[in-house]
Design a protein around this ligand. Structure first.
Ligand SMILES: [Zn+2]
Length: 237
């Protein structure tokens, strides 16, 4: 069976891959990727800051509630002391309670101040990060436009390759084409279809078994290398 058509098809696939590689090496493309990546990182950071800020706001709310409760209790105890008269023991106990409440409120105030400081810092940091994200977003967009221009310049070539492949698709056994496409997805590098070397070796250098070589002799267009997944064919002598 003549497998030249599918080899031609593979060659056209390789041309497409080469065009894409060329594009990926262009400075505009590299810069676009960098800006895009930097923008994503900033967006991720801002999201984390937002989460932290929400936690801090909730904490401040909780501390305020605690402070109000302690303050209310303080007022109540202070009121009790006013009505005590000569009961010194009880007065001493209440004074102690007031002291404890006072230090509790101080502690709450400290914690709230720390949370507010962190919120303030987060606000500044967040604004800077949003700024960076915006800058990188517009940078990414301008590079993307340049990349699209380059792509448009390549579109003629790509269309030509596509048209040739379409032509070939009509001539190639669909089963073969399918095997090739699946193998291509799996091994992800070229060439996918390789000629048998020295009558027995796959492109990866592994010797094919007698059974596999036998299939080739029996007229199978190619066999799948059990080691690397390449499709091996027997070249015409
Ligand atoms: Zn192999």
């Amino acid at each position: 069976m003549n497998i030249q058509s599918i080899l031609d098809y593979q060659a056209l696939d390789l041309q497409k891959v080469k065009l894409n590689r060329e594009l990926a090496k262009r400075d505009e493309y590299v810069q676009w990727q960098h800006a895009h990546e930097a923008m994503n990182q900033s967006v991720e950071k801002v999201a984390k800051m937002n989460t932290r800020a929400a936690q801090l706001f909730a904490k401040v709310d909780m501390l305020m509630e605690q402070f109000n409760a302690a303050s209310k209790e303080f007022d109540e105890v202070a009121g009790e002391i006013d009505g005590l008269g000569e009961d010194l023991k009880r007065a001493e106990f209440y004074e102690k309670t007031l002291g404890k409440l006072e230090s509790l409120m101080e502690q709450i105030e400290k914690e709230a101040a720390a949370a507010e400081n962190e919120l303030h810092a987060l606000g500044k940091e967040g604004a800077a990060e949003i700024n960076a994200a915006n800058k990188n977003a517009s940078l990414a967009l301008s590079y993307k436009n340049k990349v699209n221009e380059i792509k448009a310049g390549m579109s003629g070539q790509i269309e030509q390759i596509g048209a040739k492949q379409k032509e070939l698709e009509e001539r190639i056994d669909p089963k073969l084409l399918n095997i090739y496409r699946n193998a291509r997805k799996q091994i992800k590098h070229f060439p996918v279809i390789v000629a048998l070397r020295e009558g027995k070796l796959c492109g990866c250098g592994i010797e094919l078994s007698g059974a596999e070589l036998g299939k080739l002799k029996d007229g199978e267009p190619f066999v799948t290398c059990p080691t690397c997944g390449r499709l091996v064919y027997k070249p015409e002598q």
